[in-house]
Design a binder for this molecule. Structure first.
Ligand SMILES: [Zn+2]
Length: 298
């Protein structure tokens, strides 16, 4: 009886109430749903993160590509600038040669034209460019531009000096007419068969023919002067002066600045003269030289 009762008690012990089983099943279902839900959520999150990472990478890649393109463009521009500067250098050297009448083989003092070892011309499809190379090239260009600027400033000075020198050089004829006596020894116009040293050129024309200053300068003499008659003398600087004798009338005065080609007087026959003419004389450091060595125009 006791045993039976024990067995009966044991059976009762292991009996699980239906509501517990139901509860357990519901709990299990809930757990499964929770796990599946968690898994799905995790996968979703992981995918989103992966997508976000990929997008960030793509944006970065695009940025890199854009930057690479900009660098290439910069390299191309810099290289093109270098080519421009090289042409400018050549032009500078050429002008210098013309101005200074240099031989084309003479090395110019305008600086060197240095080709770049890193970049090979403009318009090429492939340029191996990096920022440090471009910076280096840009700095080189900057210093070359400075050299070129100094060179051109010097060239401008050279041209101005040359211009002034040309303007102050008696290179034109003082008057139109016939050359009746050249520079050097001649038979004396006063007869007697005597040799005479003629320090200028005589150009004959009608009385009143205008006479021009043959270069820029300052009038240092204006008036009667012995055998020269009515004389004009102009100082052109650099030790050069010109004289115009036998004038009928003088229209410039001492101290007046005259320009090349300006009318200074009118032809006459004053002083020692056999007829209306202009005695034209060029002096270098006080010594009369052949005016024809200066004349470039007839
Ligand atoms: Zn003369």
């Amino acid at each position: 009886m006791t045993g039976k009762s024990n067995t009966s008690e044991k059976r009762e012990d292991i009996r699980i109430p239906i509501r517990v089983v139901r509860g357990a099943v519901i709990f299990l279902c809930f757990l499964i749903v929770l796990m599946v839900g968690s898994f799905l959520h995790y996968r979703q999150t992981a995918q989103s993160t992966a997508i976000a990472d990929t997008t960030a990478l793509e944006i970065m890649q695009q940025k890199n590509d854009a930057q690479a393109k900009e660098i290439e463009e910069l390299a191309r521009t810099t290289t093109s600038l270098q080519a421009d500067l090289q042409r400018l250098n050549s032009l500078d050297a050429e002008i210098r040669r013309i101005v200074n009448n240099e031989d084309s083989t003479t090395p110019s003092r305008s600086g060197l034209v240095r080709p770049s070892a890193n970049f090979t011309g403009q318009g090429g499809p492939q340029i191996t460019a990096n920022v440090s190379e471009i910076n280096k090239l840009a700095m080189e260009l900057q210093s070359e531009v400075k050299i070129r600027e100094q060179s051109l400033a010097g060239l401008k000075q050279d041209v101005l000096v040359r211009q002034a020198r040309l303007a102050a050089t008696p290179s034109i004829w003082p008057v139109s007419g016939d050359v009746t006596s050249r520079f050097g020894s001649r038979n004396s116009p006063w007869g007697g068969g005597d040799d005479d040293w003629h320090p200028g050129i005589d150009i004959a024309n009608n009385v009143g023919t205008p006479i021009f200053a043959t270069a820029d300068g300052e009038v240092v003499q204006s008036g009667m002067s012995g055998g020269y008659g009515n004389l004009v003398q102009i100082n052109h600087g650099n030790g050069i002066s010109t004289l115009y004798g036998h004038n009928y009338q003088i229209i410039v005065s001492v101290g007046q600045i005259v320009k090349k080609g300006q009318v200074i007087s009118y032809m006459g026959s004053t002083g020692n003269s056999t007829g209306p003419h202009s005695h034209y004389e060029v002096r270098v450091n006080g010594t009369a030289v052949n005016p024809e060595s200066f004349l470039v125009l007839k």
